[in-house]
Design a protein around this ligand. Sequence first.
Ligand code: SF4
Length: 218
Amino acid sequence: MLGDRNLRDIIEKTFDRLYQDLDVKIDKANPDQIHAIEASLCMRLAYYERRDPLPADNITKMSILLSHGMRKALNNAHGEYKMDSLALQVDADMIIADEFVVRFEVVPELPEVPHPRHMLYLNACLFALGKQDGFLIYMTGDGKTAEFSITKSNKMFEEIVRRARVLSTLLKENKVPIVEPSDLCLNCKYYSRCYAREKLKEGSGDLLDDLFGKLKGK
Ligand code: SF4
């Protein structure tokens, strides 16, 4: 019979294996292949993931496994946009009527407007898959949805290509990209590599009390 500990170890190892199996589409050793996900999120994060990765925590693994499970149930479309030696890779979730590219994003709360990084990514899919229009569909865990349509934009594509080229160059030169402050940082596993945090010295336990105490004493 399996004890609690053994069962937990087996489950964690199974999740680890499944999670590693997901990580196959990007050839991380090849800086001339950049996935649009890498270029649309944080370049520093993408660099660390390729060159000096930290293991994902269990919450991250579970959320990636769940969204990957949802994506696998759809008829994914992989594409590539070639420019000189650089290839920008994309994976869309669906193509409807051979015309509209669809990308789902699972979020805790529905946004009022689409997030720029999701638009950059979907726009890259439109170019790589040779389509004109796409839909970005946000879904929450309890089944609420919000849909946005986007039309192919040269300006947005220039931006993701610029970012992909910068990432490719920095990978070749072994230079870590600069910090890109955003909402992603709050839950990023590389937070401590990007932002120095100093623990406050033991005091009254209340920073404001300490500060005002010092001011009053002047
Ligand atoms: S903490 Fe922010 S800047 Fe640093 S790697 Fe993560 S997302 Fe990028």
